[in-house]
Unconditional design. Structure first.
Length: 217
């Protein structure tokens, strides 16, 4: 019997490493995605993220990062999983062409094609799944469930916009913080590159003019 699809899991094409796709695209950047190398994570984080991925909440969400941003890190640091992964430098920005989603064993979908299908509102054809003919109908139904666009149709437009806005804000804040840290490190290595503070113009105080006193004769 055909097993259900599992979202957010894939591999890096040129290395074969197993990854969790945290954000399929970045703010104002549809050419890159954000992933975490699952094989390189400590066991406690591997298990924690796997449980999140397999949860109904994550399977109904377009971007895994939205759920990771609400689940707490298992190390007791009082930080969310998303923040912890960012702080530990585990999040990798990669071109979408390098990522292939593996929703189930024996099935592979290039992330680029999935994004194109989502954008056009179509689902991946069952013929592309390389399944037995009798499984095609079931496969097509499962593909529809897997496709983020099909799932999001059931959500109200306002809810969808709110989730997308939160994702964009969260990613922007993370990227800004990362850029600030890298810039600070660069200035420590080469202080000459640090921008010089602009000298504040000196205030010119108007001369105090003594009032003229007229003495009547």
């Amino acid at each position: 019997m055909f097993e259900g699809m599992l979202r957010h899991v894939g591999v890096i094409n040129n290395t074969g490493k197993n990854v969790a796709v945290v954000f399929m695209t970045l703010p104002n950047d549809e050419q890159n995605c954000l992933v975490v190398d699952m094989d390189a994570l400590p066991e406690i984080f591997q298990q924690s993220i796997k449980k999140v991925i397999e949860s109904p909440e994550a399977q109904q969400t377009e971007n895994l990062g939205d759920v990771l941003g609400r689940r707490m890190s298992p190390d007791g640091s009082n930080a969310t999983l998303l923040v912890k992964l960012h702080q530990a430098g585990r999040l990798q920005k990669l071109p979408v062409e390098l990522i292939t989603l593996i929703p189930r064993r024996g099935v592979s979908w290039p992330l680029r094609e999935v994004l194109a299908a989502m954008k056009s509102g179509k689902t991946a054809p069952a013929d592309d799944l390389d399944l037995d003919p009798e499984q095609a109908d079931i496969a097509q139904e499962e593909v529809s469930k897997f496709n983020a666009f099909a799932n999001n149709i059931k959500a109200t437009e306002s809810e969808g916009n709110m989730l997308q806005a939160r994702d964009l804000i969260r990613m922007a804040e993370m990227l800004e913080a990362d850029a600030a840290q890298r810039r600070s490190r660069a200035y420590q290595l080469a202080p000459a590159l640090a921008p010089k503070a602009k000298a504040k113009p000196k205030k010119v105080e108007a001369p105090i003019v003594a009032p003229t006193v007229t003495v009547e004769q």
